[in-house]
Design a protein around this ligand. Sequence first.
Ligand code: C2E
Ligand code: CA
Ligand code: CA
Length: 799
Amino acid sequence: MLKVLTCLTVEHDFRLVVVAAVVCFSACLTAFRLFSRIRGSQGMVRGAWVLLTGLVAGSGVWATHFIAMLAYKPGLPTGYEPLGTLASLMIAVVFIGGGFAVGAARRDTDNQIAGGVLIGLGVAAMHYEGMSAFVTQGQIVWEQAIVGASVLFGVAGSVSALMVAGRARTLSSQLMAGSLFATGVCALHFTGMGAITIIPDPSIVVPAQLLSGGVLTFAVTGITAMIIMGGLGAVVIESQTSRSALERIRRLANAAYEGIVVVEEGRLNDANAAFCDLVGAPLDALVGARLEGELLIFDPAAPRGGERRREAVLRPRDGMSEIPVEVFARVLEDGRRTETSGLTVLAIRDLRERRSAEEKIRYLAEHDGLTGLPNRNSLQARLTAALDRVEASGEGLALLCLDLDNFKEANDLHGHPAGDALLVEAAQRLSSVLPAPSFAARLGGDEFVIVQIGGGDQPAAAAELAAHVLESMRRPFHYEGHELSLSVSIGVSLCPDDGRTAAALLTNADMALYRAKESGRDRYRFFKREMDETIRERRNLARELKAAIQAEELMVYYQPQARASDGEICGFEALVRWNHPVRGMIPPVEFIPIAEESGLIEALGAFVLNQACADAMAWERPLNVAVNLSPLQLNQPGLSAMVHSVLVNSGLSPQRLELEVTESALFKDYQRALDNLRQLKALGVRIAMDDFGTGYSSLSTLQSFPFDKLKIDKSFVESIHRHDRATAIVKAVLSLGRSLDIPVVAEGVETGEQLAFLRGENCAEVQGYAIGRPAPVDTLTNWTNLVAPKPSRRRSTAA
Ligand code: C2E
Ligand code: CA
Ligand code: CA
């Protein structure tokens, strides 16, 4: 140690030692500034930084060595072989550059040690290669132990420097690392110099052309300084550009719609404006906040781990309600860091808008667009939930099925907008009589359901509610100045008496509703076990009837109508028959009401009319055909168009067609029915009033519309001569017809006595078993063929 110290103080030019030290420190400090760039870059750029670091550190260390050698004054002539000196420079650049590359390759101690050892050995190799190029007039004697120590110093310096630099990327750690490295280099050099003793030998000649002294010091110092400055300049330019790039990124991040947050060690390090807005706090107030748990609450049930996208709620700072967000995480730097300890960038998307859109879609899917009530889709779920609820609480539950009476007619008469307005108003009235948690739903059309939850003892509570609903619907509805009246029929089923499931309660309430309709509408009925069978029966029949109309299981029979005076056949009444494959012939009195209730009457009526017109067209004689119209048909807006198209299709002359309507059919909607009758009459079709005497038999009806025929109901005809009152009615009707100039037909004429009486009273036509029973079309040829049938044959049929 003493030897090294004497070597340094006695044998060196101290001023040059200081220059060497300055060069060494500035080169080493710059090298570690550059080293930090290697770690932050990749590919070609990384290569360039490695090269620059190697150049700066290598040439700096080499210059340190060379200047220090020039400072060395052993008191003998000295010189340097150019090749060896150049080789030592190469060794320095290559080894030190390589060492830095290894040290920067990975962020662990192994690499830092390996890189440090490589650098230290490179410095030593440079030094001793340089020494081998040193020529002086004497023998150089080496002291191996000191040489070894010098190498250790160099390695220790560079290893510790790399480890310090590896710990943090701050300027202070770079300065610290550079200082350690420089100290190691200096220690190596001067210890190495202390390891030599020169024994003067005058026989050795120092060649004159060798490098030496003076100007060379300045040249080496100058060039090295330039290289170091080049390196420093590169660092400055790079940090400047990366700072402006950073600024651009920040601006970009601030322009982003989504919140962007940089998280370090689980705490907020940086955030963009959108995130600050979302949280409702300035960035300063957020830096350092714990992200998870403080700002974001993740759903613990949500998958973690590999999942890069997670949902969470954001807790705003301003005490506003929590915001649902979607979080995308990206871990920066190398993949071995975990999300909680490393640098992570999170994109945070406000889900409120999407949630509200989802909410809206769900609302639309579950509610009826017109009335805003829950729709059929959501009724099932709501009802099931309500059943679970009452099962737990022991409360009662009633299900009310509602159907607006005569809604279809109102809709047809006033148009769809009026129908819609009625439904909306009806829904409002329903909701207004329902205390929560009871609710109403619309199943479609004019069908509604009420689920009554709790509300008191059943069935009293349901009866009270149903009465309430009936009452509320009886108030007139108003639409564009019109006053419309509606009523509602209600069927009620109770849980648990009538069923415990949604399906059972719905079916049973629907059956009760059917009964309510049947018993005259505008009323409610509770479900009763007995309803099950008969209603199911009717339901089945309705279903079968629908199929029967399509399968043409229905047939049209014809009953002759004869002129009373001479018995001449003038036409036939078409009467529908259903030849059921199992039940046999079902009379129309049984299935016509079903067709009317189940909306099949339109199709049935069209079928009969088509068939009757087609059949009549096939008759050789142009006899009339009479077809019955149901009251419901008479209220249909498209009736005359339908009749017109049937006439056109069949080719039947309208004069041959007679339509029979009952008086009661007119009173459902007087104006509408009269409009329809006028349109029909305009087609050239004749209109007969059926069953005259059973209804209102009002004169005003007969006066308000020019009927072409009156048909006295068979109940009067059968009473001729048996009840004086009936006989008087027949006589009165016949005289009424005469005075109004409307021909009268008597129905149900069964006996010759009746026939004689009617003939005597100047009845125009007769129809009944006395003339002929309703029969299939192919049995009518006697009457319909042109060849005049034998009178005897005809008489026998009429008998
Ligand atoms: P309606 O229009 O009064 O038809 C006359 C009914 O009296 C027919 O019964 C017929 O068979 C029956 N009848 C005829 N002569 C006599 C008789 O001398 N004595 C007795 N006791 N009865 C006689 P049906 O065919 O059973 O028809 C019953 C009702 O069904 C008809 O009464 C009519 O209102 C309705 N109807 C029949 N076919 C149709 C149809 O195609 N469309 C519509 N809407 N209703 C129809
Ligand atoms: Ca009739
Ligand atoms: Ca009749």
